[in-house]
Design a protein around this ligand. Structure first.
Ligand SMILES: Cc1cc2nc3c(=O)[nH]c(=O)nc-3n(C[C@H](O)[C@H](O)[C@H](O)COP(=O)(O)OP(=O)(O)OC[C@H]3O[C@@H](n4cnc5c(N)ncnc54)[C@H](O)[C@@H]3O)c2cc1C
Length: 327
């Protein structure tokens, strides 16, 4: 059995398989395409704080120690994942990329293709991440600003952004954090979609019943915090005309630089066509139409909150049960 991806989703499945009596390296292997030991959290900007409090940032059932109400940094999560991996006795095989998976004939064997060659196995768990590929709006191709344009995935801190006005597109958790940080060094405009309902899936799911941060422009602009920080909250950016960005209320600005905090796409391109084309795997808790192939950590194929610590763990428990019951 092979788990593809050694983030918290993959390790959650490893933990549940271990609890069911299977042994890492002997009964299942964990592979990851990243260079040795580098997890996705290593690439987040250094001042980032998680939305999930430490007490809820539980990986494979293991808690972060210390104040449960603090917002952990990506570095803490990176270390936590390393600790969890070692406590499970998992030795991730780094630098191995899955490139495809298919069922061999009508049997119960899967053929997993990797950059190191093909391997036959009965079960494959895809845990390659829902937030893997930066997503930018279509209009961005028409933008030509004098400074830089970066996605939040490549944002490191204020020192990276040239002097002058900055437009942060997207007012979810990342966009708000970045706008706040830049407000002490730059003049910032924060663009949010017009209504809460169209602002994407509510971030509330990340933190249980806490009030969401993902409000629309109208609600956001009423919050005095933004005015105090000197941040101009505007409506959705809908077009680019060279150096000018156009908003849905007709307003135009010419920022020096743009940061796109506009979300991500999943790393599911290596899954079989019939799995990708299935209308929705929601509610199936990570099972797919292909016997022996499971997906954890991606809402399209599992629970609505599958891309959070809590949701991935729930789906991991279900996937491990399915695997253990397979004839
Ligand atoms: C900015 C940001 C903030 C977030 N904050 C929170 C939060 O506060 N609380 C919360 O619950 N969630 C949060 N999330 C969501 C989620 O917890 C993270 O995205 C988390 O990294 C997902 O873990 P994962 O194991 O599913 O995927 P990843 O951590 O992305 O791990 C996937 C692994 O798969 C590997 N991989 C990818 N493709 C292949 C391949 N083809 N073959 C082999 N290996 C491959 C990658 O190298 C990677 O190591 C946040 C996400 C982002 C982007």
């Amino acid at each position: 059995m092979i788990i593809v991806g050694s983030g918290h989703a993959g390790l959650s499945v490893a933990a549940e398989l271990s609890r069911s009596g299977l042994q890492p390296q002997r009964d299942f292997a964990v592979i990851d395409s990243n260079p040795d030991g580098q997890r996705s959290w290593a690439f987040r900007w250094s001042s980032m704080e998680l939305l999930t409090e430490a007490g809820r940032s539980t990986v494979a059932g293991q808690h972060l120690t210390g104040d449960p109400y603090r917002r952990p940094s990506p570095r803490e999560i990176e270390q936590h994942l390393l600790d969890v991996e070692s406590s499970l006795g998992v030795t991730t095989m780094w630098g191995i990329r899955a490139t495809g998976v298919e069922r061999l004939g009508d049997g119960s064997t899967l053929l997993l293709s990797t950059n190191e060659g093909p391997v036959q196995t009965r079960n494959v768990v895809c845990a390659t991440g829902a937030a893997a590929r930066p997503r930018t709006p279509g209009w961005a191709v028409g933008a030509a600003v004098p400074g830089i344009m970066v996605h939040s995935a490549d944002y490191h801190g204020p020192g990276q952004i040239p002097r002058g006005d900055v437009l942060v597109v997207g007012a979810g958790h990342s966009g708000q954090q970045i706008a706040r940080e830049l407000s002490s060094t730059h003049r910032v405009t924060l663009s949010s979609r017009p209504t809460y309902a169209s602002a994407g899936r509510p971030i509330r799911r990340l933190v249980g019943r806490r009030r969401t941060d993902a409000r629309g422009a109208a609600a956001l602009s009423l919050d005095p915090e933004w005015a105090q920080l000197g941040i101009d909250v505007v409506s959705a950016a809908v077009a680019a005309d060279g150096a000018h960005i156009v908003f849905d209320d007709g307003r135009r600005i010419a920022p020096q630089s743009i940061i796109f905090a506009t979300g991500y796409r999943p790393a599911d391109g290596w899954l079989p066509r019939r799995v990708l084309d299935a209308t929705s795997g929601r509610g199936k808790r990570g099972t797919t139409g292909v016997p022996g192939l499971f997906v954890v950590g991606m809402p399209t194929y599992g629970s609505r909150d599958a891309d959070t610590f809590a949701g991935a763990r729930r789906d991991a428990i279900s996937i491990a049960r399915h695997i253990m019951k397979r004839p």
